[in-house]
Design a protein around this ligand. Structure first.
Ligand SMILES: *[C@@H]1O[C@H](CO)[C@@H](O)[C@H](O)[C@H]1NC(C)=O
Ligand SMILES: *[C@@H]1O[C@H](CO)[C@@H](O)[C@H](O)[C@H]1NC(C)=O
Ligand SMILES: CC(=O)N[C@@H]1CO[C@H](CO)[C@@H](O)[C@@H]1O
Ligand SMILES: [Zn+2]
Length: 369
């Protein structure tokens, strides 16, 4: 054996156990095998995927789960509460939170700074919710096997039903050139969604502090490891499905801060791989409570954490800063920074979050069909 062959051999032996094959779903029902290192080349080519390696059942031929269709409100019914909370949205606090959140070198889910950013977010949420007793609201660190950055689940217990309404966003960021070495401030992708939902949580908690309780359980999820193939949200929703929890709606907010053309400011409502009846309700919220219109757009398979919900048979919707073609082109780079974002646009996304959790929190769900 030549020295070069020996070296090659050693490299392979060394590489194999640390970079085993993963199973990625790149289109509905279409799976490929790839190594961790291949994920980066996929992402650089704009291919999104769900990493289903840990859930072999989800990648079986007959694994497709039907999503039940619930009734959703056709009219709004909590106008005063939502308008009054919307008037209290604190732009300065959102700015400060985003500055802090983007100050971590990277929020890459496998990095030490990605763990520290999760600890910071956890403390922030603890501070926001500390007045509320645990029988009304809990904050859980949801740990994942294989990496340290945890998902955070805030759960306000429903007073009258077992139905669960989920508002999600992901806390990690990623530089897709060299994730472990280059910075990834991730202001828009997807720090903006986290800060947007954090502000909605702060205002929602003021209702709980006044003694109001939602009929249904309302949860705010801050997922780890979206950029690794929806790993964090897949853990969460797979365990919810196994436990038989009844998630009647899931709305994902991801990038919420970039406005390419201020004369045509709008919200992007994603219409592919989402639940149309829930999406119609989101449009109602936008028309009723926002200052800007929406445009429909498509973003492909597995484009954010809502896909983990639908993969497990839960209805899901997705809103984003604009139609996809006008999204922030600096994401996944060192240039995804706060100065490129509009706080006013993020305020509009907070209103979606408030409208969603309050209207559906008080809604009586029934199955249609
Ligand atoms: C609207 O809200 C009122 C007061 O909370 C409630 O009594 C009523 O049932 C609600 N209507 C619907 C359609 O949810
Ligand atoms: C939480 O509150 C404590 C005590 O007021 C404060 O020292 C800390 O900085 C706060 N943490 C965050 C992340 O805001
Ligand atoms: C979607 C997502 O969560 N991850 C980041 C942030 O959002 C945009 C939505 O288009 C994704 O494309 C991107 O990969
Ligand atoms: Zn991303």
């Amino acid at each position: 054996m030549k020295l070069s062959q020996l070296l090659l051999c050693l490299t392979l032996v060394h590489a194999f156990p640390t970079d085993p094959l993963r199973v990625l779903e790149v289109e509905e029902g279409s799976y490929i095998q790839a190594r961790e290192s291949d994920k980066l080349s996929l992402l650089r080519r704009g291919v999104k995927f769900i990493d289903v390696t840990s859930f072999p059942l989800l990648s079986k031929e007959d694994s497709k789960v039907d999503v039940p269709i619930y009734n959703y409100p056709k009219e709004i019914n909590n106008t005063e509460t939502i308008r009054s909370l919307s008037a209290q949205i604190d732009k300065q606090a959102m700015y400060d939170n985003l500055v802090h959140f983007t100050s971590f070198f990277s929020r890459y889910y496998k990095s030490a700074s990605g763990y520290e950013s999760a600890l910071w977010l956890d403390q922030k949420i603890f501070n926001l919710t500390r007045e509320i007793p645990p029988e009304i609201l809990t904050v859980e660190r949801y740990n994942h096997d294989g990496w340290n950055q945890f998902t955070i689940i805030v759960s306000a217990k429903g007073a009258q039903s077992e139905d669960v309404v989920v508002l999600g966003s992901h806390q990690d960021s990623m530089n897709i050139i060299f994730p472990s070495m280059l910075p990834a401030p991730g202001a828009d992708d997807n720090g903006s969604g986290t800060v947007t939902n954090l502000e909605a949580l702060r205002l929602f908690v003021t209702l709980l502090a006044q003694g109001q309780r939602p009929k249904n359980t309302v949860e705010f999820h801050f997922y780890s490891a979206e950029e690794g193939g929806l790993l964090g949200s897949l853990d969460v929703f797979t365990s919810y499905a196994e436990k038989g929890r009844k998630v009647t709606a899931m709305l994902q907010q991801d990038m919420t801060g970039y406005v390419q053309d201020p004369t045509n400011e709008h919200i992007g409502v994603i219409t592919d791989h989402t639940t149309p009846q829930l999406t119609d309700f989101i449009k109602l919220i936008i028309e009723s409570y926002l200052n800007i219109p929406y445009r429909e757009s498509e973003c492909g398979y597995a484009c954010s954490d809502h896909s983990s919900a639908s993969k497990n048979g839960f209805p899901a919707a997705f809103v984003i800063e604009s139609e996809i073609s006008m999204n922030n082109r600096y994401i996944h780079t060192t240039m995804d920074t706060i100065d490129r974002l509009s706080l006013d646009h993020m305020v509009e996304h907070v209103k979606i979050a408030l409208g969603y959790v309050i209207e559906l929190g008080n809604w009586k769900f029934t199955l249609t069909q």
